[in-house]
Design a protein around this ligand. Structure first.
Ligand code: SF4
Length: 510
């Protein structure tokens, strides 16, 4: 066992209470200032620059750390360990298994004492040493959640490598990283940085699954598995091939990702990852090959970025655009659509919908505006679509109420509100981003699900007519008799609350 070292841990006030559950979910400003006081200023400043907030502080979505956890769990030969409050870890583990993680999530528990004395860091170090088996792992990822970040648990002091297993420690607090989408970038960026430094230090192992000798285009952002294949077909006439998708599925793919002709920022919010590609001297191109205009523009910019001759770029366009045009005209979408999500591909989906003939009025995304989403934003705005970055739930709901769409595509609460209002709705994450978007395949597949959903409107009307107000508001639930309203109880509670508030104010002033 290594000798304990002096570590600059400060305990956040939240821990002095009975509960460990106070985190970014409850008191983000206090947590952030505690973290700054505990030596995490540099990390938080970098996050503030990479993931700008506003117009409001933080979109309402799941715990951001889920993004990093998911990236770690999807990587082969990688162990992922969480350090945080038990309730946060329970929620994150539950969600990761709900989304099909076939791996255990590591956890280093703590209590007030281990946090106060710095023993938590020693426990983390011990657990990393115990896990570092090069026969099983290429890398171990340790994620500091809110309380350990706010307390300054210094993961940067962990060894960079143990027995040849890389150790990647990251802070992913809800008070520093606004969305789970951006948390994917935190880990992907940290891994790219590590891999780039390895490359700079000397020869690295060749990726096992490199199947092409052609120059490759690295694809940035998680996408439907058929999309990289489709993109590869579009690139072939230019003498290019699709490279790995970042976040990668194994360590050595990081080397191939860095060793590319250019990077396609299909999801435009991977700021930390792009910083690493910049440092490696790689050009980065925004947008994606969606629809006819999107594909034409994308092939052009990718071809130019990769130094391809114009006639080859034209050959790629001629090979692909007629097929996309054909697919779009065969499967038109008729209807008004409002859309929102937190995956980062919302603008691309909206482009495809517009090109399919849909009347799209609003696109909300929880992700921030970046220079790599500019071309999609400009294209959509020119078609009269309102694009809202860092959209809040309220903005998404307002847009739906304002535009009264035939179909609302959105996050769970938006879909729920739409269905309550008898508006057909589709959940973005499970039903839209889980199908191909690019090229001819994307054009056909999206139209199918959208048209089927819009055609369901009459069923919503029938259900509304049948159930009327049953189960709405106070009468929701299962009752044996018709519920009776008791306004006098409400008045009583209101009076009691006002009295308590008055007493509290008097106490504060006295
Ligand atoms: S780790 Fe996630 S769930 Fe826990 S307090 Fe922070 S934001 Fe909330």
């Amino acid at each position: 066992m290594n000798k304990p070292i002096d570590i600059p841990i400060k305990v956040v006030n939240a821990m002095s209470g009975a509960s460990q559950s106070v985190g970014a979910c409850g008191a983000p400003a206090e947590m952030a200032s505690a973290a700054r006081g505990a030596g995490k200023t540099e990390t938080l400043n970098q996050y503030a620059a990479d993931y700008p907030k506003g117009p409001h502080d933080q979109p309402q979505s799941m715990c951001p750390a889920f993004g990093s956890l998911r990236v770690g769990l999807r990587m082969r030969r990688t162990a992922t360990i969480l350090s945080g409050s038990a309730c946060c870890v329970y929620g994150l583990t539950f969600t990761s298994h709900f989304y099909g993680a076939r791996r255990s999530v590591g956890y280093v528990p703590f209590n007030s004492e281990t946090l106060v004395t710095g023993k938590l860091f020693e426990d983390i170090r011990e657990s990393v040493h115990a896990q570092a088996d090069p026969g099983k792992y290429d890398a171990i990822v340790i994620i500091n959640l809110c309380v350990p970040t706010a307390s300054g648990v210094p993961l940067q002091l962990l060894p960079k490598e143990i027995n040849g297993v890389r150790v990647i420690g990251i802070d992913v607090p809800g008070f520093g990283v606004p969305t789970h989408a951006e948390a994917k970038d935190v880990l992907a960026g940290a891994m790219l940085k590590f891999a780039r430094e390895e490359i700079m230090a000397g020869p690295v192992q060749a990726p096992k699954n490199r199947v092409t000798d052609k120059p490759t285009i690295t694809l940035l952002g998680e996408m439907f598995p058929a999309d990289p294949v489709g993109i590869g077909m579009m690139l072939a006439p230019m003498g290019l091939a699709a490279g790995p998708v970042v976040p990668t599925r194994e360590w050595r793919e990081l080397y191939t990702a860095l060793d590319c002709a250019a990077v396609a920022a299909i999801h435009p919010f991977y700021t930390a990852s792009i910083r690493e590609f910049d440092a490696a001297g790689r050009k980065v191109v925004g947008s994606a090959p969606v629809g006819v205009e999107g594909t034409e523009g994308w092939l052009q910019t990718i071809g130019v970025a990769a130094g391809v001759a114009q006639e080859k770029i034209d050959a790629a366009k001629n090979a692909m655009l007629p097929a996309i045009k054909g697919a779009l005209s065969k499967m038109p979408i008729k209807g008004r659509i409002s859309m929102s999500g937190y995956e980062g591909s919302e603008l691309l989906v909206a482009r495809l919908l517009v090109e399919s003939g849909a009347d799209v009025r609003y696109v909300g995304t929880a992700c921030p505006r970046t220079q790599w989403s500019d071309s999609d934003r400009e294209w959509l705005e020119a078609k009269g679509v309102h694009v809202q970055f860092r959209a809040s739930l309220e903005q998404d709901l307002d847009a739906m109420n304002e535009f009264q769409p035939d179909l609302a595509i959105g996050t769970t609460p938006v879909v729920q509100a739409a269905k309550q209002a008898s508006i057909p709705a589709l959940y973005f994450t499970n039903l839209i981003s889980a199908r191909p978007l690019m090229g001819p395949a994307g054009a056909g597949s999206l139209a199918q699900v959208i048209n089927a959903a819009i055609a369901n409107k009459s069923r919503f009307d029938q259900m509304e007519a049948f159930f009327n107000d049953v189960g709405a508001g106070d009468t929701a639930g299962v009752w044996e008799e018709l519920p009776k309203a008791h306004p006098e109880f409400r008045d009583m509670t209101r009076r009691q609350l006002a009295k308590m508030q008055k007493a509290r104010k008097a106490e504060e002033m006295g």
